[in-house]
Design a protein around this ligand. Sequence first.
Ligand SMILES: [Zn+2]
Length: 599
Amino acid sequence: MLGRQFSVMAKKAFFLFGFCIFAIMVSVKAGASEKGIFIEYTVNIKEEEPDHIHIKTRIWPVPTAFLRLSMTQNYGQAKKLEEVIPEISVYGAGRKLSTIKKTSEFLWVIDLMKHDDIVIDYAVNTRYPFTSLNSVRLPYRDADHLYFPAASVFIHPDEKYLDDNNVKIRRIRVNFDLPKGWIAATSWGTGRSSYDLSPPSCENLNFGLIGAGHYRVYSFLRVYSLKDKALPIDIALLNPGPVPDEEIIRVVDQALSTGDNLFGFFPVPRLFALFHFIFDHPGQGSANALGWSVNLNYSRNPEAPDRLKEKAHIFHEIFHFWNGTEGGPISRAQSDHSLIWFTEGITRFYQYKNMLRSGVISEEKYFQYLSGEFSDVYVSARREDSLNKISVDYYSDPNAMALTYSKGCCLAFALDLLLRHSSAGRINFDAVMQKMLERYDFRLNRHCYSHEELNGVFREILENRFYPSYERLYGKDFVREFESILDLAGLQIEKRKGSRLYFGIIDFGPPSGPLKAFVLDRESPAYKAGLREEDVLLEINSLKVNDISDIKKALDGKDEGESVALVIERKGQIKKLLAPWASYATSFNIRRKNAKDLK
Ligand SMILES: [Zn+2]
């Protein structure tokens, strides 16, 4: 692959991020007899005013002297409440209440002066630069749509307070006051202007995802499992495109069914998925981990060569529901990222495996995908680092990020083969997943697996016989172990000469940045001569180079075996290097040793 491409990152990057909640603490006087409250939100979007979402929150009856509002939403770099909520007014019995006592950045105390029916009128800034690590903005708005997690905009009573004071929420109603032609698509349903949440709980509210805009289609999808369970899902499609809705729905159906066949249940408690088909927009990853909703990228162009890969995203994201690692427990706020390989690598493996199972791809294609994953590990300068190490560096090093997916995926694939081979087809990697579920039912506790727990499961499933294989695949002996397991399982992996590369550089980095060895083939002669990832190319044989055409000019008439003088910049230092310029990408092909199916 030649050219300045940034696609490796863009395609592989699916981000998780955590978010906390808004809460109001309502203080009830001792002996208050009223034990139930009603909450009603009205979301008002003004088409001509794209910067704000206006919300009116009414809470009644509030048998309290004052109301405490707190906000702990993870708004990336937000320093002040005002940056997120620029306007806030509180009314009691129709009159504006004067005092909002701010007690800290995201905490207020409001005097109620014995009003038991209060209205909080506020605006949420949708243009705040929510500069979380992946530059995702929440809420996200484009010309025709706005979408946001309910948790990021709704003020509500603190659950602990409610428990402590035995106060029940009797009803939570969400109303939409939208511009003409706009429609709301939410976790609680699509196409209506008012929802009564069932159950009326803060949890239900906070896991909600809301989209508002010119949605094209609402499809009511019913997926039937082997056990005759039905799963209704609302789907709202954005951005009209040439891919028929029926096809998208079919792929979702297939992805859900294969997951159900593996675990035997549907993991989507709210029976809702909102699909943002916003492939061209920067907010496409924004709702990736919002509660139990899902955001998918899907190429709307049926002629696109990568269309199958885009379909694979559907399988990938939906599998996160089943493996239980996406629904909140792992977030970037957490300091230990060492299990990201499990979250993403295993999910990538099941993305392919489930596509094979449901007939979306052939076995040949399946092997081709796995071969690609192996190639990515093989050429990586960090391939000998343990999965723990690369997972920890996931957010800081693009090579580690790519490797986290590929190495984790290959590990699962190899163990799947090994388990099937050693048990004569009785068990496979599904057993690992099922064991995780038995131990830590994420549907109940949304458990974030620890290293020890995961290790325990691998030890148990693999026993003493095969556990060392896991350790080798996990660490520096990955390549040798992978190849020998393939051999054992009746497969072979052929090394092939791929496309010609300049200096072994597979990816020159983002088009806007300098010309660099963004992804480098460590098998290349240039690598052996000392070129390293992140080196910036400045000159070839005294000719300055800024883009690929400059490289071609500088190498014009040079034989493939020739070395050239390179001037590079490495960590701010100028270095000179004599390096052979030509090489061929190392690619692999996994296939069966013989045609017959091996159990
Ligand atoms: Zn993922």
